[in-house]
Design a protein around this ligand. Structure first.
Ligand code: AMP
Length: 405
């Protein structure tokens, strides 16, 4: 597989699949530009090499959120609002065309000179995108000489612009972008011969979302720290009282099975020993610290307690490789963000002071590390929630396979 730096792109038209699926406010301002910022190095490199850059991306779910008359809401899901933010990051003008594969798009591509950027309209305006449609992929491929996939956030999707399109380019005319390459390397650092001990911190709402990850972690992690609402399902499984906490009663068998497997193969599992409980799901609710498994009927667990923070921080401090996926509590509410912040601080400290490799595995843990202001003190912050989870679960992602094969 060619690396982007090995490809000859000078004077060529390069089609780059980026992930500009960014949040917009009511006035169509980009409220989190991380994905645009992280795609910028690939775009800038291509421009410096004298390529004409054609960008394509999806935004939102236009096929699922249609207007009452059954037509696409073109206004709501247009990529036009990202242009100014993109221009800020790449430092040059970007042309936008409100078309993806039609005549208008073809004309804009024909007029595009080396050193210029063209952004196409939302690929999901076509129903064939999410079906991985060959005709759509072929039409996209005909716009360019070279295909680069830098959309890690969409790499677990077998869509026309993320996977199918790649088959219309030869091995010397397709490559990962720099972001995609870094994401794959980041996961490899944990999966292949990692520096030990390896500690995985898994939190968030549901065991069911993370069960495959937890199973896979048994293969390569020395320590697994479990926090968030997930921990109450484990507590319930062990006969604890969880009050009104968020639990998955039908997943207690999975939880016990996991604990058993961990014991058998020597992986240490760390569960919270205390928990911060509230009367109701609100930031201002009366709260108190109780022991794990001793939550009263009218209370609900919303964060880990101080002793757990201390225990978890000590394990993290001794680690050489760290994966963090999922918050320790309802970190969106400041009174219940302490456990998540303690973990964020411990991960940053281990990275800085113990020379540990730390990967923040996408989704809410990324918001949490940003909220704590520590994103620049960890080794790598993933841009892909679902994609990073699947990569760590050991799956071959369609967007990656399509470039390699
Ligand atoms: P996930 O997407 O599975 O990583 O879950 C993240 C969500 O889990 C966040 O929105 C958190 O607010 C939520 N969460 C974490 N701990 C708890 C808890 N104790 N009770 C309810 N929700 C929680």
């Amino acid at each position: 597989m060619a690396s982007l730096k090995d490809l000859d792109v000078s004077g060529k038209k390069v089609l780059v699949r980026v992930d500009f699926n960014v949040p917009l406010d009511e006035d169509k301002n980009v409220t989190d530009d991380t994905r645009i910022a992280r795609a910028a190095p690939t775009i800038s490199y291509l421009l410096e090499q004298g390529a004409a850059v054609i960008l394509m991306s999806h935004l939102g779910r236009p096929q699922k959120e249609k207007l009452d008359d059954g037509t696409i809401n073109y206004d709501k899901f247009s990529l036009a609002p990202v242009v100014t933010t993109l221009e800020d990051h790449v430092g040059c003008q970007v042309t936008f065309v409100n078309d993806t594969i039609g005549d208008k798009a073809k004309e804009a591509v024909a007029a595009l000179e080396p050193g210029q950027i063209l952004l196409l309209e939302n690929t999901r305006f076509y129903s064939g995108e999410e079906k991985g449609d060959e005709d759509l992929a072929k039409s996209l491929s005909e716009l360019a000489d070279v295909y680069v996939n830098d959309a890690f956030g969409a790499a677990h999707r077998s869509h026309a612009s993320t996977a199918t399109v790649a088959k219309f380019f030869g091995q010397d005319a397709k490559a990962f972008g720099f972001l995609m390459e870094a994401e794959v390397e980041g996961a490899q650092k944990l999966l292949v011969d990692p520096a030990r001990p390896v500690t995985a911190i898994v939190g968030g709402a549901k065991v069911s979302d993370k069960i495959l990850l937890l199973e896979k972690l048994l293969d390569f992690a020395d320590n697994i720290i479990i926090g968030g609402a997930m921990a109450y399902t484990f507590s319930l499984a062990q006969g604890g009282k969880v009050g009104m906490s968020l639990v998955e009663k039908d997943k207690t068998d999975n939880a016990l099975d996991l604990l058993k497997k961990a014991e058998a193969n020597g992986t240490k599992i760390y569960l919270p020993v205390d928990t911060n409980v509230g009367k109701e799901f609100s930031n201002e609710t009366p709260s108190k610290i109780v022991k794990a498994g001793e939550i009263g009927d009218e209370w609900e667990g919303l964060d880990i307690g101080p002793e757990s923070m201390q225990n978890f921080s000590e394990v993290i401090a001794d680690s050489k490789s760290i994966l963090w996926n999922g918050p320790m509590g309802v970190f969106e509410m400041s009174n219940f963000a302490k456990g998540t912040n303690a973990v964020a601080n411990a991960v940053a400290k281990a990275t800085q002071e113990n020379d540990a490799y730390s990967l923040i595995g996408g989704g809410d843990s990324v918001s949490a590390i940003n909220q704590a202001g520590l994103a620049d003190q960890v080794s790598f912050v993933s841009t892909g929630g679902g994609a990073m989870l699947e990569l760590l679960e050991g799956k071959e992602l369609p967007g990656i396979a399509a470039i390699k094969n």
